[in-house]
Design a protein around this ligand. Structure first.
Ligand code: BG6
Length: 489
């Protein structure tokens, strides 16, 4: 309201994430009138820049929505006028005290709300949180800090990080992002399940045979090798993005839509998971390939990556939930870089219809007749249900067809970027899409033993060609549990 001010400080403002995602998301919120009247954006980083240099740096990345209003340029100018810059070291209390002076100047006598977005390498988190909380937190309103993974490399380092952050911040000031939770289709998962009678009663091992969480990218780790080699695909994608989707998918009905109620249920599912075994994990690494005059470099061809690196760029895993609802249902995950396609989806394969009258129409392969519900998170968001249908005509031929809800046809409006939703929620203090520390502990508890074993035993990843469908090991793993990966994968 008119009596308060909001200042968002992007720490690490000159980095890639800030340029590509955070400033554009802030502008989109401004453009759509979601930001309060008195808001200011500060960039903070080590690079020396003036306010105008920051504005020049970010203006090229701002875009108006497709349904753009006449005043797009004008809105950009207004937004840029509210952006300022302060250069400083990440571990200097003195530099944060200088920033504080600038923030106070903007705030005047008003109630001050300060949001810090840490878009910096994880080894700087604690320094920045210390300096910001000691020298630049709000005197009369709230101070919140958004942090983005990696939150440690395993249970131990993550616990240590949480402990250090909590020396300076309360849990309710820490907003741990998993940007997949901000994706439209992931938000829609609970709506689909809990508000549709045709799905809710089916959501258990009685009707569901297996569930697949698939993430694939058609590009490698180009330019991010230094970061990636320390973490690998299990820590980069599975332990967070895919596991968060799994928890939302499998949780019991929360008492309400309140953040605490939802997160309580997610933690319960994560704690009910059977410890992951090494034999239920397949790892791979892409190698280079030249086709049609185009050369795609292998993972270790990147000069920042050691030639003998065993870091997986692909992984598949079979997980199980030990509770009454999901007993015996395989939850399969697959995540990979440099594969043949870019895609993220959740696939739910249902059981066979008992005594299927039409089984002879499917020959010996009854799997071809199972219903499948697919949530395509990206690209081209869609929800579709594979059903069996009679091919029109005098004979009796069956065909699998899709009941297809393609978002771009049904809702022609552009879908907001995940970062917009996440930032808006942090501003509004809505914690539903952020990871609580006990959730984080449970997620690490599931993956840490296997990660340690992979590293200690120096398990060599199965090599796969850049642009291929990934290691065949993933198919054997699925077959072990009588599962076939869904189409295209
Ligand atoms: C990030 C990972 O969290 O998610 C990246 O660190 C990955 O490796 C990215 O490329 C994928 O996000 P999106 O939104 O493009 O699917």
């Amino acid at each position: 309201n008119a009596e308060s001010t909001l200042i968002i400080t992007v720490v690490g403002a000159s980095g890639d994430l800030a340029k590509k995602k955070i400033f554009p998301a802030l502008f989109a919120l401004y453009y759509e009138d979601f930001l309060p009247e008195n808001f200011t954006v500060f960039g903070y980083a080590r690079t020396k820049l003036t306010d105008d240099e920051l504005r020049n740096m970010i203006c090229g990345t701002l875009t108006c929505r497709i349904d753009k209003r006449e005043n797009c340029e004008e809105k950009m100018d207004q937004f840029l006028k509210r952006c300022f810059y302060h250069s400083g070291q990440y571990n200097s209390e003195e530099h944060f005290a200088e920033l504080d002076e600038k923030l106070k100047e903007k705030e005047g006598e008003k109630l001050s709300c300060r949001l810090f977005y840490l878009s910096i390498p994880p080894d700087k988190f604690v320094d920045v949180v210390r300096c910001a909380s000691l020298k630049a937190s709000s005197g009369n309103g709230w101070t919140r800090v958004i942090v983005e993974k990696p939150f440690g490399r395993d249970s131990e380092s993550s616990g240590e990080l949480t402990k250090c952050l909590k020396q300076y911040l309360n849990e309710d000031q820490i907003f741990r992002i998993d940007h997949y939770l901000g994706k439209e289709l992931v938000e829609n998962l609970s709506v689909l399940r809990f508000s549709n009678l045709v799905f809710e009663p089916l959501w258990s091992s009685n009707y569901i045979r297996n569930v697949q969480f698939i993430f694939s990218e058609d590009f490698g780790t180009e330019g991010r090798g230094g970061y990636f080699d320390k973490y690998g695909i299990i820590r980069d994608i599975m332990q967070n993005h895919l596991l968060q989707m799994l928890a939302l998918f499998a949780m019991e009905t929360p008492v309400s839509l309140d953040a605490e109620d939802i997160r309580n249920e997610k933690v319960k599912v994560l704690r009910s998971m059977k410890p992951l075994q090494l034999e239920d994990v397949v790892v791979g690494q892409y190698k280079g390939q030249s086709t049609g005059g185009k050369t795609c470099p292998g993972y270790t061809d990147d000069p920042t990556i050691p030639n003998d690196s065993l870091t997986p760029t692909f992984a598949a895993a079979a997980l199980f939930i030990n509770n009454a609802r999901w007993d015996g249902v395989p939850f399969l995950m697959k995540a990979g870089k440099a594969l043949h396609t870019r895609r993220a989806e959740i696939r739910v394969q249902f059981r066979h219809v008992p005594g299927n009258l039409y089984k002879r129409n499917f020959g010996t392969d009854l799997d071809k007749a199972t219903n499948e519900l697919v949530l395509r998170v990206q690209p081209d968001e869609a929800i579709y249900l594979r059903i069996n249908n009679k091919v029109p005509g005098l004979g009796m031929r069956l065909d699998r067809s899709d009941l297809n809800l393609l978002f771009r046809s049904r809702y022609p409006k552009e879908i907001p970027d995940a970062y917009e939703r996440i930032l808006l929620d942090a501003i509004e203090g809505e914690r539903r899409l952020f990871i609580r520390s006990d959730e984080l502990d449970a997620a690490w508890a599931l993956f840490t033993p296997v990660l340690k074993e992979l590293e200690e035993k120096r398990i060599a990843p199965e090599l796969y060609l850049y642009g291929s469908r990934g290691p065949v090991g993933a198919h054997y793993l699925a077959a072990k549990y009588n599962v076939r990966w869904g189409d295209l994968s």
